[in-house]
Design a protein around this ligand. Structure first.
Ligand code: HEM
Length: 534
């Protein structure tokens, strides 16, 4: 048939060829089928309504990717007002290019099932619904204890070792040094810094220290060379990149260029180290020593950095933005931090006034960094409540294991095998049935008992897949905050032109800027003098 077609076309008679027209009809029908036919199980007679207003029902709503929060608000209304105007429907079922996704808007009812049901698979949820990981890393491929595919095995084991208590303790001085060195680069006087250009790269560099290569971690510029490709990868994970990963769409191309540049940088640095017979004090060295291949190393570094950076950067930054708009609270948090540090400086018999900031922070052991700081924790939790509004995914996968064969019910409806489930964090964290005045930054709300119920406050997730990096994240974020507040005691939150924001005026991140969390209006941190500046 191919040769026939070619023969006709070369003779200029394509239009008259029945073969051509048959092929064209088949192709157009296939295209129309793909564009206009939604999966049959999208609509079924149960408690959940399906979303049917897509321009191309076969593709599903594109806003589900690019404008996810806006899309869900258009269906359920604003969670901030659900007490007065409850959602008109119980969950929603959407088509995502042939995949059926049931999204719950009732975290207290569905949280337990979402986070604990063994039939709901974590990696298979993200593999399809979120093109978040450069190539499929090995952590999405190994075997689990119960015999099903369980990515978390290899990856989780490596990650646990990379951020074990022993490694955290061992790397603390290097972490503090990175923080202090970064602050030393801030302007000497009357500084007004953009968190995306200062705190974000700092958190990136600390994450590289624990999860990546020492060669990148010890040098601000080398870390930055990796950070650019990282964000061009992370910023371009939309509908096209997810569902048409091989189509050279502009955002998909940017995404892959980012991934390739990052992976090439990691690979060449590992190869150089091995070639030079050099050893470094990092987790990659442990992987090299036990014979892991370069591909496994690359997969681990990229996968773990992706998991580590997306939330830590934003939380570290917005904590400071929210806090420094409240001078009285800022001073209380700083006082709490300083008292903790002072105790350890004095325990070592050192003279507080004679020590540099780095020397003071170096006196604090891991256990003290992890001890209770109630005022600090209330501000930290409130920052997480406001920022963590994205969608978590799972996929129902029934295997030969009995544990996976139970009935899974979400939004009072059974989830069929191979279908997806979405848990919208905003439905918990911004819901005024759970939190009074949810858009108000109010750290005292937790001591009033808000957010204590099942599925109501889950910024780290919960149950079977609670955040594996929580301990490291809390440590690095606390260390950055302690150093910042000690070095810049007068820091204020300003609009980029020196004008201070009042306590209730600090702009939130744009709700659709899920990874980078760009603010809705310009915002930065200002201070008078930078004592670390050389
Ligand atoms: C403030 C910072 C962080 C926040 C708010 C956060 C939040 C979360 C959340 C909500 C989940 C659960 C996702 C779900 O249930 O679908 C999660 C899982 C995970 N997080 Fe974090 N995370 C943070 C930092 C980190 C860091 C620094 C790392 C790595 C060092 C990390 C590694 C992971 C991994 C590997 C998982 C998947 C766990 C599994 O497969 O069982 N996270 N995180």
């Amino acid at each position: 048939m191919t040769s026939n077609l070619f023969a006709v076309s070369t003779q200029g008679m394509l239009i008259g060829s029945p073969t051509f027209w048959s092929a064209a009809v088949i192709l157009v029908s296939l295209l129309l089928w793909n564009l206009f036919r939604a999966p049959s199980q999208l609509s079924r007679s149960d408690a959940v309504q399906s979303y049917r207003s897509s321009l191309f029902p076969g593709l599903g709503p594109l806003q589900f990717y690019s404008q996810r929060n806006t899309f869900l608000r258009s269906i359920f209304g604003d969670p901030e007002h659900w007490k007065e105007s409850p959602p008109k429907q119980n969950g929603v079922r959407v088509n995502a290019r042939g995949h059926v996704v049931t999204i719950t808007n009732n975290p207290p009812q569905d949280g337990k099932t979402f986070f604990n049901d063994r039939g709901l698979h974590f990696n298979k949820g993200y593999e399809v619904m979120f093109a978040g990981i450069p190539e499929m890393p090995s952590f999405l491929k190994s075997k689990s204890a119960d015999g099903e595919e369980n990515p978390a095995d290899t990856f989780a084991t490596n990650l646990r070792s990379a951020i074990s208590a022993k490694r955290l303790e061992g790397q603390l001085p290097a972490m503090i040094k990175i923080i202090v060195d970064n602050f030393a680069l801030f302007p000497a006087k009357n500084g007004e810094v953009d968190v995306h250009k200062t705190i974000y790269p700092l958190v990136f560099q600390i994450s590289v220290l624990l999860l990546g290569l020492a060669e990148h971690a010890r040098d601000v510029n080398a870390a930055k060379a990796l950070e650019g490709p990282f964000w061009s990868f992370a910023d371009n994970t939309g509908y096209m990149a997810t569902h048409f990963p091989l189509l050279p769409w502009p955002s998909t191309v940017k995404k892959w260029i980012g991934a390739i540049r990052m992976s090439a940088e990691i690979r060449s640095t590992v190869e150089k180290r091995i070639k030079e017979g050099r050893r470094e004090n990092d987790f990659v060295q442990e992987m090299i020593d036990r014979g892991s291949g370069i591909k496994s190393i690359e997969d681990f570094v990229m996968g773990s950095l992706f998991a580590a950076i997306i939330n830590s950067t934003g939380i570290t930054s917005y904590f400071l933005l929210f806090l420094c708009a409240r001078p009285e609270l800022r001073d209380r948090v700083r006082g709490e931090m300083e008292a903790m540090i002072r105790t350890h400086v004095e325990e070592r018999g050192e003279d507080w006034n004679a020590l540099s900031l780095q020397q003071k922070l170096d006196c604090v052991p891991l256990t003290a960094w992890e001890a209770d700081l109630p005022i600090y924790t209330s501000v930290f939790d409130e920052t997480m409540r406001i920022l963590m509004i994205s969608m978590l995914f799972r996929r129902k996968v029934t295997t030969s294991s009995k544990a996976t064969q139970t009935t899974t019910s979400i939004a009072s409806s059974n989830v069929l095998d191979r279908e997806f489930v979405g848990f919208w964090l905003a439905a918990a964290h911004r819901n005024n049935n759970i939190y009074s005045d949810p858009t108000k930054f109010d750290p005292d709300r937790f001591s009033r008992g808000e957010g204590k119920g099942e599925g109501e406050f889950v910024p780290w997730g919960s149950g079977r897949h609670i955040c594996l990096g929580m301990r490291f994240a809390k440590l690095e974020i606390r260390a950055v905050h302690a150093a910042f507040l000690m070095n810049f005691p007068d820091a204020a939150t300003t609009d980029g032109n020196g004008k201070r924001y009042g306590p209730d005026e600090v702009p939130f991140p744009d709700q659709e800027s899920e990874h980078r969390r760009y603010p809705q209006k310009p915002v930065g941190l200002s201070y008078g003098v930078n004592p670390l500046s050389k």
